[in-house]
Write a protein that binds this ligand. Sequence first.
Ligand SMILES: [Zn+2]
Length: 427
Amino acid sequence: MPERDRIKGYWRPELETIDPQARQEYLDPKVAEIVAHAYANAPAFKQKMASVGAEPGDVVSVADLSKLPITEKGELVTLQQQDLPFGGLVGVPLSKMRRIYVSPGPIYEPGEKRFTDDRWTQAFFAAGFRPGDIAQVTFNFNMVPFAFYLDEALNLMDAVSIPAGVGNTELQIQVMKDLKVQGYLGTPSFLAAIADKAEAAGLDLLRDLNLKVAFVAAEMLPESLRASLQERLGMIIRQSYGTADVGCLSYECYHTGGMHFAQDCVVEVVDPETGQPVAEGEPGEVVATIFDKAYPLIRFGTGDLSSYVNDTCACGRTSPKLTRIMGRVDQVTKVKGMFVHPSGVQQVAAKFPQVQMFQLVVTREANQDVMTLVCELAEPTADREMLRAALEKEIKEGLRVKGQVNFQEPGSLPEGCKVIDDRRKWD
Ligand SMILES: [Zn+2]
């Protein structure tokens, strides 16, 4: 059982438990301020606003953000190559920066002089990190910003960081043991590798290590892996979602069931075609606005597909939760007005072990989209009609679009075929 004081509490109680309406009122002036700042200092943003005929006075609230176009990550590389190093998306002179990070692309990222962004700190606290913890950061410190952000964010909460970086598993285990490290920051797969290697070296994971809490990111965290690691290491394992560009956008609390939107930023889930916010529960692109004056990213499109829920959470935090990340926006297909992603189809099929191979085929008949799940069964099933009905129900619930099922003989679908085959012709 985790220690009780790691489960309770907040890093920014005044914001984390605020009434949602009051949160909007808190965020509105911050939006107005960063938009005015970016307009005055970042020429690329000014141009972006001009492209839709907007001026700073037009965007003074969270709701006004939907007037602005989305800046997709891919645009950063183009903008920067036209105007090195930052493509006109920078809000302060070089003398006001601490570092320049280099992300794959390459994309050059200005780092603020004094690190004030506490969104990762909120995430750590929600996961169960506490002041005075020693935490081992096993993300890459080579050029890219993420590990530095985490190191700074640990410092903000008076936790102590060991900048361990990647690899060196044996040394990492020795450090963990010698320093009685409580916190782990890294990928879930590296934590599993550490546990395996420590056991192989004869260590008792619970007695010889002192791990209490892990913050994992950058990889999928299957629930089975979370459960086994929590059990083996006797620790809490929580995940977050964010990107190198916009930082932390959401994080799990002790009660899981999604990732609470972080405070002090605006997270939107939007229709990738129109850029307009979608309703609760509907899939869309995660778009973020952050208040970093050095690197003002406003309506930055992450390219990741998710949805959000507004349920009340036992932890007392009042922000909505992002559900899981469903995949990349460029892989979605729009069917009858709804976005369908390969991972959604895989989830539906995974509930039916009888289905050995499958493909979702989208066609158009009489100006209507038709969605058919083509299935090959492992063995002939006695009651195909019952299976068909169950599959069709699951399709409607899981994908939120009505679809039909077509059983085919084994071998009909080519090995390794794509999950969604969109056969619609639009000419
Ligand atoms: Zn919660």
